[in-house]
Design a binder for this molecule. Structure first.
Ligand code: GTR
Length: 401
């Protein structure tokens, strides 16, 4: 056991250094231990523990640990993305006035080698000069699908959405346009979609009427997984709102209640194996070997803001596990002095990002961006599974020690 631990430590430390030095190109990536070399961790792993066994003691230490967590989660779960191409170009295909003064624009973004990746982006901008906070959503096919867009625009927010399937069509055994443009990267579909959101932000944050300190990124279900991944990695995103994201998103792998989707379910070749790197399936029915759980992804967002919105009857999306990973992320937000930036919201009902979810999102955004108190009865720290046992035994370091 001791011998194995020493090896593991050495490999992980070396790998992190190599990854940091080499960038993200697949050919140059070092190898982390395989599932069969990793120790069993029954509880939610300790995010403050470096892979060499030392602990985070200061917020500065956390920055180093954050890089380690990023490297690990991309290696085992999502794959590595190419850097920003810095050549995102926008063509405005149409522009019209709606809602008595707002502007609705259909934009085609092109990017990457030979600008061969093309992504449709929709945007509705309130009347006036701004700068306005912006809510960007990733969609499947099609754009302009936010259910209460008019209400949100009237509350002073830009709503925007992009068609993630323009980057990757959401089919197995398919090399989509983004993967074809960057064949040297091992990015799986969720990473491709998240990267597309970051590229939309490259364009949006440079617009004079966009408040680049108030960028929200959201999505539903597989789009929620996408949103959380992008939000964990891209520090330009000020508020991340995964909705109904469950397995591979805001739910954790180690704990679930009822028949929620498991790592084994989601990575089956007949289902969504292609959303993840192939080695992720090595952890099917062996979740306790994962050196992380999804509270690590949430922790990467801190000290920026994160709200997960979920439906209590959406059992497959593991609302219970979302509460447990929220609890696992709380200590990191607290440690970084950002406890009020982490929120959770449940409603009754099924798998959807409905009007109620959107209203919760905008109320939370109003609170973190403008210090506006939420309407009476709206809480962002209410845990519906009151009897759930605490999913970890570690305690957070005291900041500044
Ligand atoms: C389900 C899948 C979930 C979720 C959902 C969706 O079938 O099991 O992980 O992603 O699809 O995107 O609607």
């Amino acid at each position: 056991m001791t011998g194995r631990k020493t090896n593991l430590t050495e490999i992980v430390v070396l790998t992190v250094i190599v990854v940091a030095m080499a960038g993200c190109g697949r050919g140059r990536l070092a190898v982390l231990p395989g599932a069969d070399q990793l120790p069993v961790i029954e509880e939610l792993p300790n995010p403050f523990l470096f892979s060499d066994g030392s602990t985070v003691k200061t917020p500065k230490d956390w920055l180093r640990r954050r890089e380690e967590i990023k490297a690990m989660m991309l290696y085992y779960q999502y794959g590595h993305m190419p850097p920003a191409p810095r050549n995102v170009k926008a063509e405005i295909l149409s522009s019209e006035t709606i809602y008595g003064g707002a502007t609705k624009k259909h934009i085609l973004l092109s990017m990457g080698p030979k600008r061969q990746i093309k992504v449709n982006l929709g945007m509705i901008v309130p009347n006036g000069d701004g700068p306005f906070p912006i809510i960007l959503k990733n969609e499947g096919k099609g754009i302009f699908q936010v259910p209460i867009a008019e209400e949100i625009v009237k509350r002073g927010y830009i709503v925007a959405d992009y068609a993630r399937t323009d980057l990757d069509p959401d089919e197995p055994n398919n090399v989509g346009p983004a993967q074809a443009a960057y064949p040297d990267y091992d990015w799986a579909t969720l990473a491709v979609w998240a990267w597309g959101g970051m590229r939309a932000i490259d364009y949006l944050e440079a617009l004079p009427f966009v408040d680049k300190d108030k960028i929200v990124f959201t999505g539903h279900s597989r789009g929620g997984k996408t949103a959380l991944l992008a939000g964990a990695l891209d520090e330009r995103i000020d508020l991340v709102v995964p909705n109904g994201s469950g397995c591979g998103g805001a739910g954790c792998y180690r704990f679930e209640a009822g028949r929620a989707e498991t790592l084994d379910d989601i990575t089956k070749p007949s289902r969504f194996a292609y959303w993840f790197v192939p080695r992720f399936r090595d952890f099917a029915a062996k979740e306790t070997l994962l050196p992380f759980d999804q509270h690590f992804l949430k922790a990467l967002v801190a000290p920026r803001a994160l709200l997960s919105t979920d439906a209590l009857d959406d059992i497959w999306a593991n609302p219970f596990g979302t509460q447990q990973s929220y609890r696992g992320a709380v200590p990191v937000f607290e440690f970084l002095g950002a406890s009020e930036k982490l929120g959770i919201h449940y409603r009754r009902g099924r798998h959807d990002q409905n009007e109620e979810d959107w209203r919760a999102l905008v109320d939370f955004a109003d609170m973190v961006f403008f210090d506006k108190a939420p309407p009476a009865g709206r809480n962002f720290d209410e845990l519906p599974f009151e009897d759930a046992p605490k999913p970890f035994s570690w305690s957070p370091p005291r900041a500044g020690r």
